[in-house]
Each structure stands twice: as structure tokens, then as C-alpha cells.
Write a protein that binds this ligand. Structure first.
Ligand code: GLP
Length: 246
């Protein structure tokens, strides 16, 4: 656990840069949302030539938002990641929420991931209800990329990126929990008190589909990077020893 959101961003970006420079990461999985955005700023500031060669996969996209809509994850990935990191647009992938056939788009996305050889390092955020990507509570741990309905909690949480709550789409296309779990290394970043309960349930509650992020405890190489506020509901006496790793 680190003190501030700036500390968390530095911690994660240093880890990514080390691994990219050491040749351990060629495919980076990226999350949208406010928690990881400082990581992308740090990565851009590093001006690493190797970063520019990365292949990047986003976790999810809203259904029915045009790609030029600034709230779409296509637009967010372009503004916060592709442009500042000067990535090759042909190597940046975001699920197609405008597809007429969403099942086909989901299957195609899985194929693109497989073709790239899978994600080496996945950056994740967490929803206040414990969702990862857009896998809402109840999502199967073996789920793959698919179209999903968004919960009212998630729509309300994300309304800050839209003019009104009505503008928030009610569906998304998302990597499944099983897809996310295929990444070799996963780092979940949580910032702010509104994430505290979800973080405590994920790390110290039962591992079940009520808490999608709890699935991560079955992953061999996962790290939660927390600021003080998002870690405030954890029972310190139960903290796993691995929490000292970073
Ligand atoms: C959205 C995204 C998630 C993200 C979550 C938290 O729902 N689909 O991938 O983890 O928001 O975002 P934030 O970091 O802005 O709280």
C-alpha cells in the first residue's frame, strides 16, 4: 500500500518500464477509468522507445457509442494512451461496441488476443461494486469476451464522464474474467475511499462471483496497488505476507 495516487502511479509505471526494457512485456493490457490514468502520464513522460513498440489491448467498450464520442473507450484510449505513448494505431485494440453482431465482435477480439500471444502485463481498475473490466457481480469466473448489461451502480459511478445519467449506455462489450485471468501478470490499481469496500471484499472476503475481483486471488501473479483511502477497509491483521513484495 502506498500513500498517494501519485506514489501508486510511479510504482506501477516503474515496474512496467523495467519489464518493457528487459524485454518481458510486448503486449500490455490497459484499463480506462481515472485510477490508472496517472500511470499513462508517467509512461509517456519516460519517452521509452520500447514502449512505442508495444501492442495494446483495452479491456472493454460501451455498446452503441461512436468512437469519436469522447466518453467512448476508443476515444479515451487514443487520448490517454495511444497518442501520448506514440503507439502504432494498428497495434492498439479496443472491442468494437458499434458492431452489428456483438457476439462476432467479441469472438474476433479473443482471436486478436490469441494471435498476439496473450497479455504479458494487465493493468486493472476496480468498480465500487467489485467489477473488473465490465464484469459485474454474478459474472462467471470462466467468462470470455462478450456483451453484458451494466448495473445501475456502474452506470451511476460512470455518469461523471457523461452529460447526464441517461447518456450512459446500458450495455458494454468486455473481456471476460477468464480472459483477464489469462494475462501473465496483473496489477490492479485502486484509488479513493469509494473503492475501499470493494478492495476489502476482493482481498479478504469470500472468493465468489458476488465479488468479481476476488477471482484475482486465484491468479499466480497479481498485485493490488492501493492508496491509503482504498486500503482503509482492510483488516491489517489479515494482510497477506505478499503485500510486502513491492
Ligand atoms: C469502468 C471500467 C473499469 C474500471 C472502472 C473503475 O467501469 N470499465 O475497467 O476499472 O471503471 O474506474 P475508475 O478508476 O475511474 O474508478
Amino acid at each position: 500500500m502506498s500513500r498517494t495516487s501519485a506514489d501508486t502511479a510511479k510504482l506501477v509505471s516503474d515496474r512496467i518500464l523495467d519489464q518493457v526494457n528487459g524485454g518481458a512485456i510486448s503486449v500490455l493490457g490497459v484499463a480506462t477509468g481515472s485510477s490508472p490514468s496517472a500511470v499513462y502520464l508517467e509512461l509517456a513522460a519516460a519517452e521509452s522507445k520500447l514502449i512505442r513498440h508495444l501492442e495494446v489491448f483495452a479491456l472493454d467498450e460501451y455498446v452503441g457509442l461512436n468512437h469519436w464520442n469522447e466518453a467512448s473507450y476508443h476515444a479515451v484510449v487514443e487520448e490517454q494512451i495511444s497518442k501520448p505513448l506514440r503507439l502504432d494505431p494498428a497495434k492498439v485494440h479496443v472491442p468494437d461496441g458499434m458492431a452489428v453482431d456483438l457476439d462476432k465482435a467479441a469472438g474476433d477480439y479473443e482471436s486478436q488476443l490469441n494471435h498476439a500471444g496473450g497479455v504479458d502485463f494487465q493493468i486493472l481498475g476496480i468498480g465500487s461494486n467489485g467489477h473488473i473490466a465490465f464484469n459485474e457481480p454474478g459474472s462467471a469466473f470462466h467468462s470470455r469476451t462478450r456483451a453484458v448489461d451494466l448495473s445501475e451502480t456502474t452506470r451511476k459511478d460512470n455518469a461523471r464522464f457523461f452529460k447526464t445519467l441517461n447518456d450512459v449506455p446500458s450495455q458494454a462489450i468486455t473481456q471476460g474474467i477468464g480472459t483477464v485471468m489469462d494475462a501473465a501478470t496483473i496489477v490492479l490499481i485502486a484509488i479513493g475511499e469509494e473503492k475501499a469496500k470493494a478492495v476489502a471484499r476482493a482481498l479478504q472476503g469470500p472468493i465468489n462471483t458476488d465479488s468479481p475481483a476476488s477471482a484475482l486471488r486465484n491468479h499466480p501473479d497479481v498485485t493490488f496497488v492501493l492508496d491509503r483511502a482504498s486500503g482503509s477497509a482492510l483488516n491489517r491483521k489479515q494482510m497477506p505476507l505478499a503485500s510486502q513484495k513491492w
